[in-house]
Write a protein that binds this ligand. Structure first.
Ligand code: DC
Length: 226
């Protein structure tokens, strides 16, 4: 939009709180790029699994960092994810990879690698990035920071629907337990834990439609772009 500043919009929050879907639609509405930082940790988790390395084994994961290429390529509203130049966009969405991503993301060296890549992606502004530490660590000066939350059962239902569309059937209670375990790990790790930035706007999406979530963020973004 001519005459308006190209800002950075940081969207953080717990697992399955609707961050990526919302971030993607906000980016489309503003003509911005959407970058899903979680997809990068997922690619790293997949790499560990493919190499037969326990994601908890930091000693064996650290050497992987220097020999791994992870790229997000925006394509028609979603991110194509390349791990060592192979498209792993669908492979990284399984529950096993969700868990591996959460575990490898607590390794400080993995985070440094990701944060450097993410900062480079946002260098020119005009970006919506979602994750866990975007407003606190990756872009502490982002013009707009949103912290999205939602009731765990509602989050599990959304995740269940998303997985069903990919042919994966999982019980709702199992998903609630997995989400809470992942949230707990993501928020209690010592390296850049999931935390609301002091200046982030909290958006509880439990009872909101995607359109309402998007409108709420776009409205605030337009104010900050002036
Ligand atoms: O957003 P997601 O569920 O796709 O993220 C997968 C995991 O990656 C999540 O459990 C924690 C980690 N992650 C992170 O530590 N920091 C980010 N900025 C994004 C994701």
């Amino acid at each position: 939009m001519p005459g308006l500043k190209k800002i950075i919009i940081a969207i953080d929050g717990p697992a399955a709180s609707g961050k990526s879907t919302t971030a993607k639609a906000v980016a489309r509405a503003l003509g911005y790029l959407h970058m899903d930082s979680g997809a990068m940790y997922r690619a790293m988790g997949l790499k560990a699994l493919q190499a037969g390395i326990d994601p908890l084994d930091a000693v064996r994961i650290r050497p992987l960092i220097g020999v791994t290429s992870i790229k997000l390529q925006p394509s028609d509203g979603f991110n194509v994810v390349f791990l060592d130049n192979i498209d792993v966009t669908n492979q990284i969405r399984t529950p096993a990879v969700s868990n591996a991503a959460s575990v490898v993301s607590s390794i400080p060296e993995v985070r440094v690698f990701m944060v450097n890549e993410q900062r480079a992606l946002g260098a020119t502004g005009g970006i919506v990035m979602d994750g866990r530490d975007i407003g606190t660590v990756v872009f502490p000066n982002a013009e707009l920071k949103v912290f999205m939350i939602a009731d765990p059962r509602e989050r599990a239902r959304r995740r269940q629907k998303e997985l069903a569309e990919k042919g994966i059937k999982i019980d709702e209670d199992v998903l609630v337990a997995e989400l809470l375990e992942r949230d707990n790990r993501d928020s209690t790790r010592s390296a850049s834990p999931l935390r609301k930035a002091d200046d982030a706007v909290v958006l509880d999406t439990t009872a909101l439609t995607i359109q309402q979530q998007v409108d709420a963020i776009v409205l605030r973004a337009m104010e900050r772009m002036k």
